[in-house]
Write a protein that binds this ligand. Sequence first.
Ligand code: UGA
Length: 452
Amino acid sequence: MSNTTSDKPPIGVIGAGWVGLVTATCFAELGHEVVVREIVQDKVDVLSRGDLTIHEPDLPELLRKNLDHMTFTTDMGELLDRTRLMFVCVDTPPTYSGDADLSRVQTVVSEVGDSTEHALIMKSTVPVGTGSAIRRDKHDLAYVSCPEFLKEGTAVADFMHPDRVVIGADNRAEFPGSWAGDAVEAIYRPLGGEMVRTDIASAEMIKLASNAFLATKISFINEIANVCEEVGADVTEVAKGMGLDERIGSKFLHAGIGYGGSCFPKDVTALKQLAGNSGYHFQLLNAVIEVNELQKRRVIGKLKKHLGDNLVGKKIALLGLSFKPHTDDMREASSLVLSSRLRGEGAEVSAFDPVASERAAELLPGVMIKDNPLAALEGADAAVIVTEWPEFAELDLAAVRSTMATPLIIDGRNLLDGAAVAAAGFVYEGVGRPALGGDAEPTAVAASAAAE
Ligand code: UGA
């Protein structure tokens, strides 16, 4: 074991992906010595120098600040020698069947061997039943399910101020590994979130059910938005009015062009599969997934409404490519589906993203990626706001107007002030809001708002 000078126990982290890096760096910030095991030597070298391979606000500063008590290594033996509490943060990507691929988790479990001195704390999102399957083989393994609820882009703040910390563990006094749940609670206690102590399967389910519920909320408001477009209501007003009911809450009621990222699409499908594999048909989740897929494509209909049915040769500029702002993560980003659909329609697609351009270039063949918004908008027949980067709300509308061929903005995230955009000479169409400007026929709601 390590001779840390701190009274806090040393912590091991397995996997230096996004979850692992945030977890490791934040534990180091809390004063723990942290040993990170990562199998890719290049990543170990880069991180050991204090450099990061992902874009996450506040993380670079925190990493450099705490580098003196963080070790990055490819050697699992070093982790086992120096730490008892080992947080598993390896990825669990979906397989062709929609189930989670647990091969990396299984490798870690086999590497720990029959040690009863160590605890494996599962941060990776795994199907319900994974913990009990692991413990069927290793009866004495101290195993804790401690799912993570961090959001990309605000992960450091989320870690430091958790709403709750879920700790699923076997606490029976006769179980040799029963110490682990308390040990995990002790290291999270300084952060002040509510501690949810429960069994392993329930902790695993809390994670999947939370993500599935949030995704359901988004698909729900997206469907309300689509109906608003038909009946002349404004979804932003509707969401505000709904969200004031404490039972509903205002968060995750932003209509848009669909959820993406590495978690919601994967976890909703994983929960649907898990239910199906155990004989239950989770109907609601089928609808959540389908609504989300269709939502990404609705932009095409809006473009055709204004530019005509034939998009061949039309120049469409995409503003924002990452699945949400403040990250360069392109996984399951709506831009992927949208740009392929546009290319399929024969459109010429240009794009700009403040941080995801490099990653996007590999994933979006045929899309002309530009290094500033105006360059992407030059000669465009329409601009589509795909990701709500705050800087797009600051664009000089006069400059945008003079560089575009047709003044049409489709705001896929309801980022802009539609009235101001229309006043600057554009046709503006958001999601679930009345179209404004140009020949757009104002709906009853828009007309009454304008009259006030
Ligand atoms: C999500 C959860 O919010 C985290 O609690 C969880 O830890 C994480 O997944 C995970 O399982 O690892 P994340 O994927 O980083 O976090 O991003 P969110 O901020 O939740 O956004 C997900 C997607 O939903 C984005 O595409 C976003 O644009 C979309 N969204 C979000 C909406 O379309 N409307 C909303 O109102 C909120």
